[in-house]
Design a protein around this ligand. Structure first.
Ligand SMILES: [Zn+2]
Length: 298
């Protein structure tokens, strides 16, 4: 069992000077001590190699520090591919916020304004419009300030083209005022045409918007007329139909769009939508409903 002696002697025979005696003495304990010393030495050596010398800690630290810093740098590239899939859903929500500022307010018999809707920035036309450009039929006619400004610029440009004698017959109409207009029209038709209230109301709604469906409620629509003259067919009507888009206004109710707008043609009713929208509608021969449909689908 005990085969230690041959092993001990083998190495010593290669040398000279009594190699056996020291081998015998160091039998179990010395070998263990030598092994421990060797392993200890190796460990210390490794420690010094890896961590450097304890008395030179300033140079030791940079080694472990540089290792962690390298990791975060290589790590970020991995998370970055994760965000890339998210951009694909984002294009879908973007159209919804866009409509609010860019799509003009659409008001018709299918799109009623809320009962409590009051436009912002209403101004009295009589206070702003120069009397030498346009006469205002009624001191209380109001409109959105930006729309009124554009209206004045437009009518001035018409005068530069030799087309004058303008009048504004209507602007902003409150919900209560719209209701009164409809009631008056129904009464008139009942009297003049001997109609029942229901029939008179149906007939009235072809020309008078039901409360909440009038563009005049927006403060962005005006009835532009010539005093004492039926407007349709005048040179003023023709000029507006051809040029109003350049100033942000649209010829809102045209004969060939009655099916879409739900209103009979009105040569005098102009709606402010801004130059960009008005230009697109003019070029494509779109009414506001068609333009809004186009924007919602794109
Ligand atoms: Zn009108």
């Amino acid at each position: 069992m005990d085969q230690r002696p041959p092993r001990r002697y083998e190495p010593t025979r290669t040398g000279y000077r009594q190699p056996p005696p020291p081998a015998r003495r160091s039998n179990p304990l010395t070998r263990l001590a030598v092994a421990m010393a060797l392993t200890g030495g190796v460990m210390v050596g490794c420690f010094l190699l890896v961590y450097g010398f304890p008395w030179a800690q300033d140079t030791v630290r940079p080694v472990p520090v540089s290792a962690p810093t390298a990791l975060p740098i290589t790590a970020p590239p991995a998370p970055t591919p994760a965000p890339t899939p998210t951009p694909t859903p984002t294009p879908i929500p973007t159209p919804s916020p866009a409509p609010t500022p860019s799509i003009p307010l659409l008001v018709n018999k299918q799109n009623l304004l809320p009962n409590n809707y009051v436009p912002t920035n209403l101004v009295r036309l009589i206070d702003i419009c120069p009397g030498n450009v346009v006469s205002i039929k009624g001191r209380d006619i109001e409109g959105n300030a930006a729309a009124v400004d554009a209206l004045i610029v437009m009518l001035r440009a018409a005068m530069d083209d030799g087309i004058g004698n303008w009048q504004i017959s209507a602007g902003y109409r409150s919900l209560r005022y719209q209701q009164r207009l409809l009631d008056d029209k129904v009464s008139e038709l009942m009297r003049s045409n001997n109609l029942s209230r229901d029939r008179a109301r149906t007939a009235a709604l072809k020309t008078v918007a039901p409360p909440g469906a009038s563009e005049h409620h927006t403060g962005l629509a005006f009835d532009i007329t010539v005093p004492g003259v039926s407007f349709a067919g005048t040179k003023q009507a023709q000029w507006l139909a051809e040029n109003s888009y350049r100033f942000g206004f649209i010829f809102r109710y045209q004969a060939h769009k009655e099916e879409i707008t739900g209103f009979l043609a009105e040569a005098w009713h102009y709606r402010y939508v801004g130059v960009e929208a008005a230009t697109v509608m003019k070029r494509n021969d779109w009414c506001l409903e068609e333009y809004v449909d186009f924007l919602m689908q794109n």
